[in-house]
Design a protein around this ligand. Structure first.
Ligand code: NAD
Length: 366
């Protein structure tokens, strides 16, 4: 059996509880994993002076595969998001977010099986911003006036939206290869090229070009506003959707909502060599330490990690055990019940207990 060394970052808020639950179920699949655990987030700032200390990044670079719990970004304290920084520092340029419906999930939709692949480093999330009233904002406003002949109001804040040929090409190449490796049939490029000709227009043009290299995958495009309507009306028509950073952030939550909410939505930040798996949701601080939050999004992220490691049978076992827990409705947290006060809801660790028991039984029966 191959031994895998994985960096585990429990995170903060509900992160440590969810990470513990994820680790228990991944171990129960029978794979041989050495967990290289490193703390990061709010709770380590006092000790290291920053939320993502260098030794954590070094561990990810060494092990190449990591899984992390959510990390809080305090609002308005000038601290850059650890999550955004991690993606940038490790050049994790593709964020893969599957949204799959499982029988038993309360949702307006059934049989949804979508994947969003989001460009993770550019666009309006590049973090290049100029504050309203600052000297730099005034200079940019003057320069833009000079170059474009268009006046921007002096009291404007400015955020820059860079989309490059390089960045677009590599995320589409990744997406086509991912689609082929995962048995997918179609890619939809999402954009607003009719309005933003030099950014989204470039995105679409490059996408169409890359698509010609992969004729085995059907290719189409949709304007982002139409895409939103299509997704709520007929999500079954779509397969893998590839989009720039901002649209990807928004549509990921929309698609998570189609299949039962944030408590079930996993993700993988992928670069050429490194992969960091994490749930779509945040640190849900109000539930910290209460054994209440849903660990399934993080467990599904663990399942994606097993597939990435080539542990396909273990990943299938974990997916089946999760599907069983969802379908039976006996080992699910409050957010998966019709009534949030439903006394039959269980806590985070009880979900893990049930899935570990199920995996143990299936291995004993195998
Ligand atoms: P959130 O995802 O933490 O919470 C949104 C809502 O969903 C809340 O009502 C929360 O209680 C609920 N929720 C989230 N996860 C849940 C779970 N597993 N089970 C049950 N309910 C769950 O989003 P937010 O409140 O906008 O963000 C809180 C903090 O998390 C912020 O500091 C934000 O920056 C950070 N964040 C981190 C990541 C990450 O680490 N990748 C992602 C998103 C947000």
């Amino acid at each position: 059996m191959t031994r895998h060394t994985i960096t585990l970052i429990p995170g903060d808020g509900v992160g440590p509880e969810l990470s513990d639950a994820m680790r228990r179920v991944v171990d129960a699949t029978g794979v041989d994993i050495e967990w290289d655990v490193h703390d990061a987030g709010l709770d380590v700032i006092a000790e290291y002076g920053e939320p993502m200390p260098q030794h954590v990044l070094d561990s990810i670079r060494k092990n190449k595969v990591a899984i992390k719990g959510p990390i809080t970004t305090p609002v308005g304290k000038g601290m850059r998001s650890v999550n955004v920084a991690l993606r940038r520092d490790l050049d994790l340029y593709s964020l893969v977010r599957p949204c799959k419906w499982y029988p038993g999930v309360r949702s307006r939709y059934a049989d949804v099986d979508l994947v969003i692949i989001r460009e993770n480093t550019e666009d309006l999330y590049a973090g290049i911003e100029f504050e309203e009233g600052s000297e730099d904002a005034a200079r940019i406003i003057d320069l833009i006036g000079e170059l474009s002949g268009r006046a921007i109001r002096k009291d404007s804040g400015i955020s820059i939206k860079p989309i490059s040929v390089f960045g677009t090409e590599r995320v589409f190449r990744f997406a086509f290869k991912w689609a082929i490796a995962n048995g997918r049939k179609k890619i939809t490029a999402v954009h607003k090229a009719n309005i933003m000709k030099y950014t989204d227009g470039l995105w679409l043009r490059v996408a169409q070009h890359v698509a010609t290299e992969f004729p085995q995958i059907e290719f189409e495009d949709r304007i982002v506003d139409n895409m939103c309507m299509q997704l709520v009306q007929k999500p079954e028509l779509y397969d893998v959707m590839v989009m720039p950073n901002l649209y990807g952030d928004i549509l990921s939550d929309l698609c998570a909502g189609l299949v039962g909410g944030l408590g079930l939505a996993p993700g993988a930040n992928m670069g050429d060599e490194i992969a960091v798996f994490e749930a779509t949701h945040g640190s849900a601080p109000k539930y910290k330490g209460l054994n209440k939050a849903n660990p399934m999004a993080m467990m599904f992220s663990g399942m994606m990690m097993l597939r990435h490691l080539g542990e396909l049978a273990a990943a299938d076992r974990l997916e089946n055990a999760l599907a069983w827990a969802i379908a039976s409705g006996e080992a699910v947290t409050y957010d998966m019940k019709l009534n949030r006060d439903d006394p039959s809801a269980v806590g985070t660790s009880e979900v893990a207990d049930a899935i570990v028991a199920r995996l143990a039984a299936s291995r004993a029966g195998a």
